[in-house]
Design a protein around this ligand. Structure first.
Ligand SMILES: O=C(O)c1cc(=O)[nH]c(=O)n1[C@@H]1O[C@H](COP(=O)(O)O)[C@@H](O)[C@H]1O
Length: 229
């Protein structure tokens, strides 16, 4: 994989023209582009189809009863996303249902289970009733998700080395919460720089605002691709 192949750029906007213009600017430096909740709720399947030429990670973080999640996965299969997210906290049966719904074609989407959102710190996790530390909870959910058939996990860069050691080389680790040195954390709580996240063992890093908030999104993406080269 090229260095740029490890960079996933999150095109978080409701504006389809803006997303297309960011996509054109960053595509030469990225392995995939990510379309998420705000883009998909505003623009739907037609908007998805408007971003062409680069594999797409469709980040809907499905979290519901198994039958409903399976139906959601099947509903987006015609779009042929390369990656699709579900919440590991939905439990083993939900994860199995999502994986089964993804099918067996060689070009089926990878099912990625989100462990603990990168915006949560230990206090926020305790406030929702989880006494475990973020790392302990990520490991618990990561094991559960992989045993239930998830192809990979979404985790913060701070848990990457631990997950690699515990779960081995085969599990794909997709890692948001990435902040180049000196850039604002914003709502992200568990962060690392691009190069440190890749050095820890991330297969892909997910970067949004440090690129889309820059005056020149293409240059910002190129700089991050160079940092992880
Ligand atoms: O599933 C994700 O991609 C995701 C999981 C997570 O725990 N944290 C997280 O930030 N993300 C996504 O990664 C992107 C990070 O964006 P920035 O914080 O702008 O770099 C956003 O599109 C989030 O929706």
């Amino acid at each position: 994989m090229t260095a740029g192949g490890r960079l996933i750029v999150a095109l978080d906007t409701v504006d389809a023209d803006q997303a297309r213009s960011w996509a054109d600017a960053v595509a030469p430096h990225a392995g995939l582009l990510k379309l998420g909740l705000e883009f998909f709720l505003a623009n739907g399947a037609a908007g998805f189809r408007g971003i062409t030429g680069v594999p797409i990670f469709l980040d809907l973080k499905l979290h519901d009863i198994p039958n409903t999640v399976a139906g959601g996965v099947r509903a987006v299969l015609p779009l042929r996303p390369r990656m699709l997210t579900i919440h590991a906290a939905g439990g083993a049966a939900m994860i199995q249902a999502a994986r089964q719904a993804a099918g067996a074609n060689a070009d089926r989407p990878m099912i990625l289970a989100v462990t603990v959102l990168t915006s949560l710190d230990a206090a926020a996790l305790q406030a929702v009733g989880v006494a475990a530390s973020p790392a302990e909870q990520v490991l618990r959910l990561g094991r559960l998700a992989v045993e239930a058939g998830a192809d990979g996990l979404v985790c913060s860069p701070q848990e990457v080395a631990m997950l690699r050691q515990a779960l081995g080389a085969a599990v794909k680790l997709v890692v948001p919460g990435i902040r180049p040195a000196g850039s604002a954390a914003g709502d992200q709580a568990r962060t690392m720089t691009p190069s440190n996240a890749v050095a820890a063992g991330a297969d892909w890093i997910v970067v949004g605002r440090p690129i889309t908030g820059a005056a020149d999104a293409g240059a910002a993406a190129a700089a991050i691709a160079a940092e992880i080269a």
